[in-house]
Design a protein around this ligand. Sequence first.
Ligand SMILES: [Fe+2]
Ligand SMILES: [Fe+2]
Length: 163
Amino acid sequence: MQCTEILMKEHETILARVSQLEQTLESKVSENIEAIDKTIEFIQKYADEFHHAKEEDIYFKWMIDKNPMFEGGPIHCMLDEHNKGRSFIKTAVAEMDKIKSDPTHSEEQVKESLTNFIDLIRAHIDKENNVLYQMAEQVNADVGDGDEIMLPKFQSINEPTLT
Ligand SMILES: [Fe+2]
Ligand SMILES: [Fe+2]
């Protein structure tokens, strides 16, 4: 499906950005505040509000509509991972605020939260590309209306503008 290709391309964009973040985290957080803030903004607006929303509101819903059995197993697991990611980012934002108001505040927790996010999103994307999206492709091979139903919805969502 074109929809699967679009989501996989977005995965590449996300993976490239988290690899950059991983490199940035090798240096001191206090010396990279702007770069880390921009990456967090990318994760919130692009990875979550744009990409994850498309999965949750359109792609996963289409899968469940075709086969309700998906809801309890693989999709539940993916939604749970989206929520775990949100929680890591929420902690990272709070810790960044503490570092900004007190440069002597420990950098350990923000580094840990972002590293946890990087590990989670890499494993998550791997599962989607190789398992979940392949299940969707299988469903589409049988019913064939994936792009017809989902593509117009995908196209109605604009890519976010980032600072
Ligand atoms: Fe996902
Ligand atoms: Fe995804």
